[in-house]
Design a protein around this ligand. Structure first.
Ligand code: GAL
Length: 341
């Protein structure tokens, strides 16, 4: 008979092999489906953004789990080394009505995290909003909130909220240029457009407008790829999808081109709304991923993600029809479902 210690050893080995096999298996990125994290729960990182620290991607977004305390708003953080397997790290921010609006209708949306190398702090921006008094009009506060932390996935400390450069700010997006400079993209209704604004040295403030793009859009995202800046955004239809659009410029300061559709307009961006474009520079290819949200306003915990590699070159950008795909983050190469073995 096998001794208990040998049996346990064999069991551990089998366990190890299974874990290895699970990690090694190429996992498809399937737009629109449930994306289980390491706990088997659908990833809660809506309206999110991704930063890379070392060889790890960290995805932050609205954590809208069904069992949330309804008085609080949460930001979730997940990590991955291949953009397909996501490990839940922490609810990095848990806030209770930080601006004392006194209304249950206050919101924390579209959190984005930057790493400041000078201060060695992670700095989170978020859209904070709500009625100015109980019973008042929704989305009237129109501010950004800022929180910081020493660790990427630690408990962030809320610092303050403000209107960047004195402007109303609703949807926000983040952009880090090739030289490492950090920008906040924010949507301002009274001036009907996107601001692309540089953050201060410590990232705790929004310092300078680099470009104002006169187009009533939201869900802003920006990428610099092969000599062109591509700016994307969605029309203003709340949670309902619409044809998302893009403009290009040789310089971040503009001038920007006219906006064009990123997908056939009748698909309404295949049901998604832009939140970010993620550039993955590999050894063989540079891939730009469109990250969008497929919102389910009545069951937000079940809102889905539409991520697809963009077809992008010579100032043209196109979101291809969603289908499962895989990515090798080392080489930057992608494969689509019709090429799978
Ligand atoms: C969308 C916006 C979302 C959320 C929603 C509320 O247009 O992008 O982040 O604010 O409106 O209706």
């Amino acid at each position: 008979m096998m001794k208990l210690s040998s049996f346990l050893c064999a069991l551990a080995l089998v366990g190890l092999m299974t874990t290895k096999a699970a990690v090694a298996a190429p996992q498809r990125i399937s737009p629109g489906e449930i994306w289980p994290d390491n706990r088997g729960e659908h990833v809660q990182a809506h309206g999110g953004g991704i930063i890379k620290v070392g060889d790890t991607f960290y995805w932050f977004g609205e954590y809208r789990a069904q069992d949330n305390d309804p008085a609080k708003r949460y930001v979730g953080c997940y990590s991955s080394q291949d953009l397909a397997h996501w490990t839940f790290r922490n609810k990095v921010l848990q806030l209770s009505d930080p601006e004392h609006l006194g209304s249950p209708r206050w919101v924390l949306e579209r959190p984005k995290v930057f790493y400041n190398a000078k201060t060695e702090k992670f700095v989170m921006y978020m859209h904070l909003d709500g009625p100015l008094q109980p019973g008042g009009r929704d989305y009237a506060l129109a501010r950004v909130g800022v929180a910081t932390c020493d660790a990427v996935d630690g408990d962030y400390q809320y610092l303050r909220s403000f209107r960047p450069l004195g402007q109303e700010s609703r949807d926000i997006g983040q952009f880090i240029d090739d030289d490492g400079s950090a920008y906040l993209i924010f949507e301002s209704r009274p001036t009907a457009g996107f601001y692309i604004a540089k953050l201060s040295d410590d990232y705790l403030d929004v310092e300078k407008v680099v470009s104002f793009v006169h187009a009533p859009l939201e869900g802003g995202g920006l990428v610099h790829y092969d000599g062109w800046y591509y700016l994307i955004g969605s029309k203003m239809t709340g949670w309902k999808p619409n044809p998302n659009v893009y403009a290009i410029s040789k310089s971040l300061a503009g001038p920007w081109s006219e906006f064009q559709n990123i997908a056939p307009p009748e698909t309404n961006t295949y049901g998604a709304q832009s939140t970010m474009m993620l550039k993955v520079a590999g050894t063989k290819a540079t891939t730009v991923i469109f990250m969008g949200d497929i919102w389910k306003p009545k069951t937000q915990w079940d809102s889905r993600y539409l991520w697809m590699p963009l077809e992008i070159s010579d100032g043209k950008l196109r979101l291809p029809e969603p289908r499962p795909w895989t990515m090798d983050v080392e080489t930057g190469e992608v494969a689509f479902s019709n090429q799978f073995p």
